[in-house]
Design a protein around this ligand. Structure first.
Ligand SMILES: [Zn+2]
Ligand SMILES: [Zn+2]
Ligand SMILES: [Zn+2]
Length: 140
């Protein structure tokens, strides 16, 4: 499926910025922060356009967010669950590599739902495993 179809399926208008950002996210296969996109698309799309694009993607559940606990940057990663199940579970493990500083979704590792004490209302679960990614492990 190409990015135009993905946008159509989400009933989003196809714009050059949406296509470019979606392609970028799909190509790199890891979580991406807005500063990285600003750098990459410098001179092409401004900060506000990129922000709106990411915000739109978030609203239609095309991406989900992870907060990078080092600097508080919001990272955006493509959703991997069925396109037809809106806002389904994002409770999978995220892995942060200390060497190349990437954050990757480990969709296959689902987090269990904690049963919280009364009065606590769980919205999202953010657990980040920290270590070395396969690329850094094997390219030593
Ligand atoms: Zn999602
Ligand atoms: Zn790495
Ligand atoms: Zn994820």
């Amino acid at each position: 499926m190409d990015s135009t179809n993905i946008l159509a399926e989400k009933r989003l208008k196809v714009t050059p910025c949406r296509i470019d950002v979606l392609n970028y996210l799909r190509r790199c296969g890891r979580a991406v922060g807005q500063p990285e996109l600003q750098k990459f698309f410098e001179g092409k799309y401004d900060r506000v356009t990129l922000y709106r694009t990411l915000h739109t993607f978030l609203k239609v559940d095309l991406v989900h967010t992870i907060t990078n606990n080092d600097n508080g940057t919001i990272m955006y990663a493509l959703c991997n669950h069925s396109m037809h199940v809106a806002n389904s579970n994002h409770n999978h493990l995220h892995f942060k590599c200390l060497k190349c500083n990437t954050i990757t979704c480990l969709n296959e590792i689902e987090l269990q739902n904690f049963i919280l004490p009364q009065g606590y209302n769980l919205k999202t679960l953010q657990i980040i495993a920290i270590g070395e990614c396969p690329q850094c492990t094997f390219n030593k």
